[in-house]
Design a protein around this ligand. Structure first.
Ligand code: DGL
Length: 291
């Protein structure tokens, strides 16, 4: 029996959203826009972010520990908002929890193929991908796109400096951000892809300058909105959509740095209430006890 058939949580249970840090609040924002009645429990592993430059083994281990913690709030469904975790660990995690689990890669790949095919309905065409080093190296997006449409080629570029710049609070108006993007995007600009996947939770923050550097011919694809649609149709098909009017958001983080409020509100698009701090050692211990 698939693990999710063991699910017992009622429609009023929350949706769990997990990310390596606070960038996954872009996915929370998209879910809240589409389904304002849903309550959300968010877990950001802010003590150990970034995951994007870590080995696959470490990312899998951290992700397992964090989802194990999130599962304690008895969510009806969990979303892996982190592209790096979705690329590296989703398959293994889907079978480890008795809750439906949705990653951001398939939704992002679907949106990119749809955007490309809306403009070039048949034959060969290309889309671009920018993401963390780990996501690019995993070839997860490339494989997801090939499964959907073999005619769509992916040209990928890792952009490791973007996450630290955003976490530093640099805005898209910063000269440094523009310089870094001009260098990263140059090879992509040359092929002028039909669509560019923002394959990292953080990158939508820089979407205006990314669009400007790429020029008007490339459509930006952000997987958050498409993921929210996938969440809604999955809940619908399971008969688990909430009947409530206004859902709650509770945030858990493994490190509550001084910049929490500034960075979190940037991703969510509005102020975020105080998060609950969770000791990363305790989630490691709990995960060990279960294994
Ligand atoms: N959440 C990560 C992603 O979407 C970006 C931050 C990190 O490297 O952990 O890939």
């Amino acid at each position: 029996m698939p693990r999710e058939e063991q699910l017992k949580s009622p429609p009023g249970a929350p949706i769990g959203v997990f990310d390596s840090g606070l960038g996954g609040l872009t996915v929370v924002r998209a879910i809240q826009r589409l389904m304002p009645g849903e309550s959300i429990v968010y877990f950001g592993d802010t003590a150990r972010v970034p995951y994007g430059n870590k080995s696959a083994r470490t990312v899998q281990q951290f992700a397992w520990q964090c989802l194990n913690f999130l599962a304690r709030s008895q969510p009806k469904l969990m979303v892996i908002a982190c592209n790096t975790v979705s690329a590296i660990a989703l398959e293994a995690l889907v079978n480890a929890f008795p809750v439906p689990l949705i990653g951001v890669l398939e939704p992002g790949a679907t949106a990119a193929v749809q955007a490309a095919r809306a403009r070039v309905p048949a034959g060969e065409c290309s889309v671009g991908l920018i993401a963390t080093e780990a996501t690019v190296a995993s070839r997860g997006y490339q494989m997801a796109i090939a499964r959907l449409d073999r005619g769509v080629q992916v040209v990928a570029r890792a952009c490791p400096l973007l996450v630290p710049l955003i976490e530093e609070g640099r805005s898209s108006r910063s000269v440094v951000v523009r310089m870094v993007l001009e260098e990263y995007l140059e090879p992509l600009r040359q092929i002028s892809p039909l669509a560019l996947i923002l394959g990292c939770t953080h990158y939508p923050i820089f979407s205006d300058v990314i669009a400007d550097v790429m020029g008007g011919d490339t459509m930006l694809v952000d997987s958050a909105t498409q993921t929210a649609h996938v969440v809604r149709s999955r809940l619908e098909s399971l008969g688990l959509l909430s009947a409530g009017a206004a859902g709650k958001l509770s945030c858990y983080v493994t490190d509550q740095g001084q910049r929490f409020e500034m960075v979190a509100s940037q991703f969510l698009g509005r102020p975020v209430g105080q998060p609950v701090w969770v000791d990363p050692e305790s989630i490691e211990r709990q995960a060990l006890e279960i294994k």
